[in-house]
Design a protein around this ligand. Structure first.
Ligand code: PLP
Length: 415
């Protein structure tokens, strides 16, 4: 995506919607730079979940009384909003799960392990995936004898696309890739990746956990076959996730959970599944979570995802420039903000990332440290861990400045 004209959101007005951002940490202003792990929630989302419990709490799809009809209407309304948010053809292409992790496991199990994959079939991933887009495919390898192959990452944090072509064969059945890396911030060329996967008859599974909160997504334009994301990273509640799947692929996917509501009929010893997407939603779903996520989608849509992306590009560019001027500080991932999102992993000479995070915490600054559930990527870069700052709609240049000042303090401690 080209860099849009300079757009900065009205951060003070946005911040006013987030109760947690009014608090202090040890008398210091809270500088929350860990939205890649989980975002903060606006009062609109908090109120919507509390409103569900205080005014119309009832199970969905079962009750024929007014409360149940209201909760079902709101729950299904959330599905419609999410379908529109990612340009799905129909709400029936949206299944609620508990997270990206569950969504990816559902695909690996229901389409891979229980479905299409035979011994010797090949699954192509990338070295930069989050563990939740590695481990479910290990299951398919271990239980079905699938062969796993990986596209490597170049030193600049982008995928080695020329290698991708070599990895594709007529045995490739699944290509799975993150739209945006949670460590490098790299935005991967998923449209191109899906196109080439389709040319050899494979499907393309997209992990959009770090993309859906931060940029416009059009599943039809990407031609993604499955696409997964989590509510809690995009202003929504925890415990609610989304799996998008093309209708015909949803039909061809076995459910992960058996139980109430996912069936059409059950007899002793046999059962038939409900229509999609309900066959993937066995048991009582996270109703409040789905409704809260619908309101989070409203909130983001009102701002506009182009504007969200533009805002984050400005802060990321500013932060990268400032960090580049600090001796002894390395950042990872593409330097060009058109190719990356607002996730900035960094290391400081002589300081362990956990020490960096602890010292920043004293300053009221929240950053993540560790391997970020991406150990194969850490091994690729020969790093035990990094510190990671990530920006969202409620961050501004003052937050980037606070990060830089905090890093200088870390360097003083370790001088
Ligand atoms: C790229 C990516 N994929 C998947 C996940 C897993 O998300 P969740 O823990 O919400 O299932 C994360 C979480 O950080 C992520 O960053």
């Amino acid at each position: 995506m080209a860099k849009p004209a300079k757009v900065m959101l009205n951060v003070p007005a946005i911040k006013a919607d987030f109760p947690i951002l009014q608090r202090t940490i040890r008398d210091k202003r809270l500088v929350y730079l860990d939205s890649a792990a989980t975002s903060q929630k606006p009062k609109q989302v908090i109120d919507a979940t509390s409103d569900f419990y205080s005014r119309y709490n009832a199970n969905v799809h079962r009750a024929i009384y007014e409360l149940g009809e209201e909760s079902t209407r709101e729950y299904e309304g959330a599905r419609e909003k999410i379908a529109a948010f990612i340009q799905a053809k129909s709400p029936t292409e949206i299944a609620f799960t508990k997270s990206t992790t569950e969504s990816l496991n559902l695909v690996a199990y229901g389409y891979g392990l229980k479905g299409k994959i035979q011994k010797g079939d090949e699954i192509v991933g990338t070295v930069m995936e989050h563990h939740s887009n590695h481990v479910p495919w290990h299951f398919v390898k271990d239980h079905k004898g699938a062969v796993l192959k990986y596209v490597d990452v170049k030193d600049d944090g982008t995928l080695r696309m020329e290698q991708y072509d070599d990895l594709l064969t007529d045995r490739t059945k699944i290509v799975t890739v993150s739209l945006c890396s949670n460590v490098l911030g790299t935005i991967n060329p998923v449209k191109e990746i899906a196109k080439r996967a389709h040319e050899v008859g494979a499907i393309c599974v997209v992990d959009a956990a770090q993309a859906a909160p931060h940029m416009p997504i059009d599943v039809q334009d990407l031609d993604a076959d499955f696409l997964a994301f989590s509510g809690h990273k995009m202003l929504g509640p925890t415990g609610i996730g989304v799996l998008y799947g093309k209708q015909e692929l949803f039909e061809a996917t076995e459910p992960l959970l058996g139980g109430g509501e996912m069936i059409r009929e059950v007899h002793l010893g046999s059962a038939k599944w409900n229509d999609v997407p309900y066959k993937f939603e066995g048991g009582t779903p996270n109703i409040a979570g789905a409704i809260g996520l619908g309101v989070a989608v409203d909130y983001l849509t009102k701002i506009g995802m182009e504007a969200v992306r533009g805002h984050e590009m400005e802060i990321t560019e500013y932060a990268l420039e400032k960090l580049a001027r600090l001796k002894g500080v390395q950042t990872y991932g593409p330097k060009d903000v058109k190719k990356r999102a607002g996730v900035v992993s960094f290391t400081i000479d002589g300081a362990h990332p956990h020490d960096i995070a602890s010292i920043l915490d004293v300053e009221g600054i929240c950053v993540r440290s560790g391997h970020h559930c991406a150990q194969p990527l850490m091994e690729r870069f020969n790093l035990p861990a990094t510190a990671r700052a990530s920006f969202y709609i409620y961050n501004d240049m003052d937050d980037a400045d606070a990060l830089v000042a905090g890093i200088k303090k870390v360097q003083e401690v370790f001088a």
